[in-house]
Write a protein that binds this ligand. Structure first.
Ligand code: ZN
Length: 582
């Protein structure tokens, strides 16, 4: 029997592995759980069931198959998710006619063809060979050149464009992919000319953009990069993360370096948990992605902590978000690539002796001013108060307050007093990681309904709480589930499927309470009961408020029509209903 590519992909890929490549999963009985990547939460309500090959979040209600997961997390449509997973599973998709392929898909294809073109140029053309010699001389070996798909763009105006046009793409599309530039005369020319090309990959190792570096000429622009396109947004991508993510999770730390070459050489030397910020500040989005893999950051680039640079702002933000940050101290003026080239042992030593960012701030501040003089004390505290204020953990924060007071020989209370006056930049501008991500939300009522049904499924004896006309406060799907439960039937509506992974509910309940099946304590029973009552009350008052809104609309209409009798009746009904909200 022929299977569809969708089934084939489902057969070949394990949901735990796919989801696990994006977020940290923890075993919880037969399932896995994690902090939900789609809403903010402190305790994990995101579950993956390997048995059923599905995922579900009890917090925000999202769930489904690996396809839904990829659509959500990559922010793509189904066709793109299919393509991403097909590639991963090694399933070949039938080539669709070009007009049916989405625009995004075509940009991915263009980027892939361009990468192959550049790779070939590096091997084949005479200037390409020189570029390769240069790379080798910088310490990037053959294997890394292949792994990172480094290429060379010929020093011509239309070399790449002509190649891509011959593959069936329009020049306008090359412009959309960031590979061609439209001149004032309306003609197109290649953006990257005579440069070493580093393709930029997304989390699935698909090429989405390029960074071109000069190696012979004295072009003032050392690097040029793809502008933002439909598939490339530099604020969302960390160079090398696709290759580092597994190691970051394994080693429980991520090394941050500045440039492409640094990442390549650091990974080549065995530190495969390195990624590059590409010289820009860390954005809330990038931090959010990093947080899926590890909370520990090792910063391996020069940073002026007293200055107000974009890089420092990114690090500040990471600190506010509770990352544990350590600073790797490199030999004066050297970057990771140079340090490793000089002596890999020295690099290893630097990594192992990285100091916490607060220690680093203390060193910097106390080296800058004299803690014996009042002016010195003031200057030192000026550098240190903001980073201390940023520490989200109060106990940790109090440790540093004590240390500062001690070293400055002042009273702790005075440090605390001054700390209160400090305004953090991220507080002023409200830099929240969420602001970059828009998530569709379920209504409050839907969430309450789901929660209530889940609880009743755990403790079916409580079904009688939803008695009398209370059932009419629920959506038709929920009513169906409730009716079936009442008749002791196994509910089997679509809503229920969507709701809570059926059989997994019990497991979820068990694993989250760590109790053997069906032996909850009286206290727990009581807690469940009061939560059911709470949900019920909330659903009821939401419905009543909705009804009240309706009535007041009707009252307005009746007033316009001057229908006194009707107004009277409606007001009575309104008052009666309003009393039901307790
Ligand atoms: Zn969620």
């Amino acid at each position: 029997m022929l299977t569809s590519p969708i089934d084939e992909i489902k057969n070949r890929l394990d949901i735990v592995e796919v989801v696990g490549s994006y977020i940290k999963l923890q075993r919880a009985g037969a399932n896995f759980r994690a902090l939900c990547p789609f809403h903010s939460e402190k305790t994990p309500s995101f579950f993956v069931s390997p048995a059923r090959q599905i995922w579900h979040c009890f917090g925000c209600g999202k769930g489904g198959s690996i396809f839904n997961f990829i659509m959500e997390i990559e922010g793509v449509e189904f066709g793109d998710a299919l393509r991403i997973l097909a590639q991963r599973a090694g399933v070949e998709l039938k080539r669709q006619p070009p007009e049916l392929r989405t625009q995004r898909q075509r940009l991915y294809e263009i980027s892939e063809w361009a990468t192959r073109f550049f790779e070939k140029q590096l091997e084949g053309s005479s200037l390409g060979k020189e570029a390769k010699k240069y790379l080798l001389s910088r310490g990037i070996n053959e294997e890394s050149i292949k792994k990172w798909r480094i290429g060379y763009s010929p020093d011509t105006w239309e070399g790449l464009s002509n190649f891509l046009v011959s593959k069936g793409y329009k020049k306008e599309e090359l412009e959309q992919a960031g590979l061609a530039i439209k001149s004032d005369q309306g003609s197109f020319y290649d953006r990257f000319r005579g440069r070493i090309i580093f393709p930029i990959f997304d989390l699935n190792s698909q090429v989405v953009g390029f960074s071109g570096r000069i190696f012979k000429t004295t072009d003032p622009a050392k690097y040029i990069n793809t502008p933002n396109t439909l598939i490339y947004d530099k604020s969302r991508i960390l160079y090398g993360l696709d290759k580092a993510k597994v190691e970051i999770r394994k080693k429980e730390s991520c090394i941050l370096v500045e440039g492409n070459t640094d990442v390549i050489i650091t990974q080549q030397a065995g530190w495969e948990n390195a990624v590059a910020t590409s010289g820009t500040a860390l954005t809330p989005f990038q931090l959010k992605i990093l947080k899926r893999y590890s909370d520990n950051l090792l910063i391996a680039f020069d940073m002026d902590l007293a200055g107000e640079t974009a890089t420092k702002r990114g690090i500040d933000l990471a600190q506010t978000q509770g990352f544990n940050i350590k600073v790797v101290r490199l030999p004066e003026g050297k970057d990771p690539a140079e340090t490793i080239a000089m002596n890999p042992n020295q690099w290893e030593k630097a990594i192992n002796s990285a100091v916490s960012i607060l220690d680093f701030y203390f060193e910097t501040a106390f080296a800058k001013a004299d803690p014996k003089t009042p002016e010195g004390k003031k200057e030192i505290s000026k550098i240190l108060l903001a980073p201390i204020k940023r520490i989200p953990n109060k106990i940790e924060q109090s440790h540093w307050i004590q240390k500062l007071a001690e070293k400055l020989e002042v009273k702790e209370e005075d440090v605390e007093e001054e700390l209160k006056k400090v305004k953090l930049e991220e507080e002023i501008y409200g830099l929240e990681p969420e602001e970059t991500i828009n998530l569709p939300h379920k209504t409050r009522k839907e969430l309450l309904e789901e929660r209530l049904l889940t609880l009743i499924l755990k403790t079916p004896q409580n079904i009688d709480l939803v008695n009398g006309e209370k059932i009419f406060y629920f959506s038709p799907q929920a009513q169906e589930v409730l009716n079936k439960l009442r008749e002791n039937q196994t509910p089997d509506s679509e809503f229920f499927n969507y709701l809570s992974l059926k059989a997994d509910i019990e497991e979820v309940a068990e694993t989250s309470s760590h109790l053997p099946p069906r032996s909850r304590s009286a206290i727990e029973e009581k807690e469940i009961l009061s939560e059911i009552q709470f949900c019920l009350k909330e659903i009821q008052s939401l419905e009543i408020k909705k009804k009240l809104d309706q009535i007041s609309q009707e009252i307005k209409k009746a007033e316009e029509e001057k229908d006194l009798e009707k107004i009277e009746k409606l007001i009575q009904e309104f008052n009666q209903r309003a009393k039901e909200i307790t």
